[in-house]
Write a protein that binds this ligand. Structure first.
Ligand SMILES: Nc1ncnc2c1ncn2[C@@H]1O[C@H](COP(=O)(O)OP(=O)(O)OP(=O)(O)O)[C@@H](O)[C@H]1O
Length: 627
């Protein structure tokens, strides 16, 4: 989240950009504002001239002045009518910019593993508030500028001495208002944040209310929610106090000039002011300056604060503007394919981490299998490596760069995705320029020739709804195989295929240049890999399939259960064949590995469980301890 100062800077820039980006609309709005302000500029003058004319019996002159005023009023009304489309031409594109920002921010966060479920609410609610208030503020600020300007101009032409009496208190009132505006914006922001906080807590509370009550947590929840409500109420009181200061600014800037003009009437009369001049001056103050200031103070103090705060919140939570700084290639050329340093990740604040303090280095060209019981965190690890989830602590790098660069890795998840179009379109999605012979070779390598023939060839149209899940996995596997990305992560991407088909696909991927990480569904996948990472919840063991049973009780357990189930021993790492071991890891539909969080921890080639634990285990290893 951005700092408050950053948000304020962004806010100013966004609003200023919105105005600067539409110079023609701004010029049109300014021109029609001048026309709209004509009656204000003439009002005091016409009243003064008409009063003196009536007073001295020059009725026709008085009528002419009143006629001038009427014509000016029509001109002003016409100006107002033409003004609003020009203002809309500034406001509507500004709204579109905001919507783009919010959508981009929501997508950005969703691809970082934090789906932004509030984005739609912000889009429909906050953006509309901002659009309306921004439009309202343009009307208000522009109105003040042109109305006050016109009234002052009229006063100057009527009698410059009156302007001298009026301008200082007006400026003082404006300064007073400006001085508290910043602090009021902060309090208003606290109020909005408080409202959001209460809403978020209430939503969370509602979804877990039954569990909370069952655990006897009502008092704790009441205290927590009560504190949030009290904070919101305190912010509301502070905002109300600023409303009082607003009233003071209005009194100084709007009423003092009136009093000063009245008090200085004898002095003004001595300097040539007629009764008409005085009435005209008062008309400029009462019908020009004072309403303009009141609208400004109320508008800015109400809508303005709301705009400042709501826009600030939208910008704070939108996608970062700054492009991710590119790192020089030289730094990353020798980097491993995948590197995790001290990575921890939990689904939600306060939740138990699924991955804790994990260190892992996967060299380029490696073939790594990740095994572990169901729900232990294998898919989460895959998502972290793919950059789809952002670690709470630590760092994930792919080929030396922060994870998440789609040009470097391709992830095939458990649920394969096939889109409408030809089979070829689907297969070449990541490699649209792949020559036909390369596509055919990939199909053959993965053993999909029969499947492709059955569908009517590469140029047959696919109906995703008609494909089985196994068919979808075949398509997704071939798509990943053809992809130019150097790192492929298969997250149980072949678990709908039979063991032989899966073995053939994995063997093909192992021959493919680049790095392969397989979230293993069967122990045979682990047997084929060059190295195996065993996740068991309390630690992680990295080693070769043949060595791991000696050091990882969980792996021994998994392998043993597979052996018991199939009646054969673990296979040697090799290409796939029908005789591959077929025990299933971590799924209730296969052999059922017993999960024990309290399994004694021991080490394989590398152990990743936080620096302290690693030292301890490596120390054990050095001392020759074995399980
Ligand atoms: N989006 C999510 N929100 C909250 N918890 C989640 C989410 N996704 C996964 N989890 C939880 O995180 C833990 C690890 O899940 P993960 O899918 O990474 O395990 P896994 O080892 O891949 O399991 P499987 O082999 O069954 O796919 C599980 O307890 C799971 O319930």
């Amino acid at each position: 989240m951005r700092s408050r100062r950053d948000a304020a800077r962004l806010l100013r820039r966004t609003a200023a950009d919105a105005i600067r980006a539409r110079p023609r609309a701004v010029a049109r709005a300014a021109a029609w504002s001048v026309v709209e302000a004509v009656p204000t500029a003439l009002f005091g003058r016409a009243v003064a001239e008409a009063t003196d004319a009536f007073r001295t019996g020059r009725t026709p002159t008085a009528v002419v002045w009143l006629g001038v005023l009427t014509v000016a009023a029509f001109a002003g009304a016409f100006g107002s009518r033409r003004l609003y489309p020009a203002l809309a031409a500034i406001v509507e594109p500004f709204r579109d910019d905001l919507v783009r920002r919010v959508v981009r921010g929501a997508l950005y966060r969703s691809t970082r593993g934090r789906p932004d479920t509030g984005a739609v609410a912000r889009l429909t609610h906050q953006v509309e508030i901002v659009r309306d208030t921004f439009g309202g503020l343009l009307v208000i600020a522009r109105g003040f500028l042109f109305t006050a300007g016109a009234a002052l101009l009229g006063l100057l032409t009527l009698m410059p001495e009156v302007a001298l009496l009026v301008v200082p208190p007006l400026v003082l009132g404006l300064l007073l208002f400006g001085a508290v505006f910043g602090a009021a914006a902060v309090r208003q922001r606290d109020l909005v944040v408080g409202e959001e906080d209460v809403a978020a807590r209430t939503t969370a509370l509602a979804s877990g209310l039954r569990d909370a009550v069952a655990c006897g947590g009502e008092d704790a929840l009441r205290a927590e929610l009560g504190a949030a409500v009290e904070a919101q109420a305190a912010a509301g009181r502070a905002v109300a106090r600023f409303a009082a200061v607003r009233a003071l600014a209005l009194a100084v800037g709007g009423w003092t000039p009136l009093l000063l003009v009245l008090a200085a009437a004898p002095w003004l009369m001595e300097r040539g002011a007629t009764p008409g001049t005085l009435i005209g001056a008062l008309a400029y103050v009462l019908h020009g300056l004072q309403p303009a200031l009141r609208t400004l103070v109320h508008g800015m103090g109400g809508s303005g604060l709301r705009l400042a705060v709501t826009l600030g919140r939208i910008l704070e939570t939108s996608a970062p503007d700054e492009p991710v700084r590119a790192e020089p290639d030289g730094d990353v050329e020798d980097a491993p394919a995948v590197e995790l340093r001290g990575v921890s990740f939990a689904y939600g604040t306060g939740a138990r981490p699924v991955i804790k303090d994990l260190d892992l280095v996967v060299p380029r060209g490696d073939h790594l299998a990740v095994v572990g019981p169901s729900g232990i965190g294998k898919s989460t690890l895959a998502a972290l490596i793919a950059g789809l989830a952002e670690p709470d602590a630590g760092e994930v790098r792919v080929e030396g760069r922060p994870a998440g660069d789609p040009a470097r890795r391709v992830l095939i998840p458990q649920e394969a995705y096939v889109f409408g179009g030809t089979l070829r379109d689907n297969l070449t999605y990541y490699a649209p320029d792949a020559p036909p012979e390369r596509v055919s070779r990939a199909v053959a390598e993965l053993g999909l020739a029969g499947f492709v023939r059955g569908l009517g060839g590469l140029d047959a149209d696919l109906d995703p709804a008609e494909l089985t899940e196994a068919d979808r996995q075949r398509v997704a596997l071939c798509r990943a195989y053809l992809a130019p990305q150097p790192v492929v992560i298969l997250d149980e991407a072949a678990h709908r295929l039979d063991a032989a088909a899966e073995a053939r696909a994995e063997a093909a991927f192992a021959r493919r240049p680049g790095t392969l990480i397989v979230i293993a569904h069967r122990i045979s996948s682990a047997a084929r890999a060059r190295r195996v990472l065993v996740l068991d919840g309390t630690s992680a063991h990295l080693g070769r399939h043949a060595d791991l049973p000696a050091v990882s009780p969980l792996y021994r357990d998994l392998s043993g259960r597979w052996s018991d189930g199939s009646g054969a021993g673990p296979a040697e790492p090799s290409g796939g064949s029908g005789s591959e071991p077929s025990g299933v890891l971590g799924h209730p539909d296969g052999l059922d590995p017993v999960l024990r969080a309290d399994l004694p921890v021991d080490a394989g080639e590398v152990v990743a469980d936080g620096a302290d634990r690693e030292d301890e285990i490596l120390g054990d290893l050095r001392r020759g301890r074995s399980s």
